[in-house]
Design a protein around this ligand. Sequence first.
Ligand code: RFL
Ligand code: PHB
Length: 389
Amino acid sequence: MKTNVAIIGGGPAGLLLSQLLMKAGISTVVIERQSRDYVLSRIRAGVLESGTVELLREAGVGARMAAEGIPHHGCILTSDDTMIRIDFHESCGKEVMVYGQTEVTRDLYDAQEALGAQIFHNAADVALYELHPDAPYVTFTHNGAPQRVDCQYIAGCDGFHGVSRQAIPTDVRREFEKVYPFGWLGVLSRTPPAHEELIYANHHRGFALASMRNPNLSRYYIQVPLTDKVEDWSDEAFWDELCARLPAEVASGLVRGPSIEKSIAPLRSFVCEPMQWGRLFLCGDAAHIVPPTGAKGLNLAASDVFYLTRALKAHFLDGSGDLLARYGADALARVWKAMRFSWSMTTMLHQFPDQSEFDLRMQRVELATLNSSGDARKILAENYCGLPY
Ligand code: RFL
Ligand code: PHB
């Protein structure tokens, strides 16, 4: 089959790109390794920057988000029992939207279906060819039959473990990585959230995060050693540890309930340069990973999609290739700023195994600076709510 843009990966990046391109009259084929149900069962991001919200609206998937998403005008950082509120409106005039990645993905699948999108699920052995000449193509196996998609461009939206990034020759590709010596144990439970705003807790027992999906669905995380397994943590042990790390006034009112999902995610910072090679363009986790502390992963996927859509529209609709040529540079400039922010939030809020007394004092003074300085809160709020595209 033939298409303008072959999109590898049907996660949020791939689906949003396909949706925006199809709305502009540019044809796409999406090739996804997993089933639709599998993609929709992954519990991931919860916080959308205002730029992401705007882009989703532009893609025609804003209605349910507007009805069910929860705008947040601030968040709370804690240092043991001290609570520091970052007021987004006061600090930078923006806000974020709490609306789960699962819901974003579901909305995108529905919208894609309505547009008659070509999405191949359960695609195996995806391979990319002829990225440098003018006629790239992608092959894969679907329901046991070999398939070939001839296209003008390929978007690699297949996440960190995908095949697209590997198609950039190793003598061209540079990878920057930092692996953190802990993970996040996450629990989803059908209980009212502990607090109306998100709480990021620095505690001597380890980091904790109290988040939410809706008024009766809470999402909590605690920092755990990488050697821990989900089976090591009963629900009761999780709630006890979470409550020990949250400020007493929050913990005392926290409603416990059975976990409906429990998983451990490792934390890493990772960037691949370049983000484009010949006719291949990488988007989202395929090109970069951030630790979730800054709530940036999905939002960076969305900003990549913004730059790539703009560039492909300029090429296909106006015949101008300038934006395509600088896609990687535009996207990477924003990626590195989000890398810095996610790294600094992670460093400020977690307990590190080799942390010295000096390091602990540095964390404490950083939190104290946020408490006392409106300028410090402004920088955090600007980054958290999302830097301009
Ligand atoms: P995805 O979501 O990984 O989708 C990639 C898709 O590609 C498919 N795939 C392939 N398809 C075909 N052939 C292959 N060879 C393939 N290999 C893989 C996969 O099946 C998949 O469907 O990447 P994408 O689209 O770039 O989206 C990125 C986001 O999912 C990710 O950045 C966020 O979830 C990160 N993240 C958060 N981001 C935020 O902006 N705000 C948050 O609050 C936030 N919280 C989080 C997070 C990630 C977390 N985990 C699990 C690491 C919280 C957590 C705990
Ligand atoms: C979430 O609700 O899953 C979530 C929220 C904020 C983060 C990370 C994860 O920084």
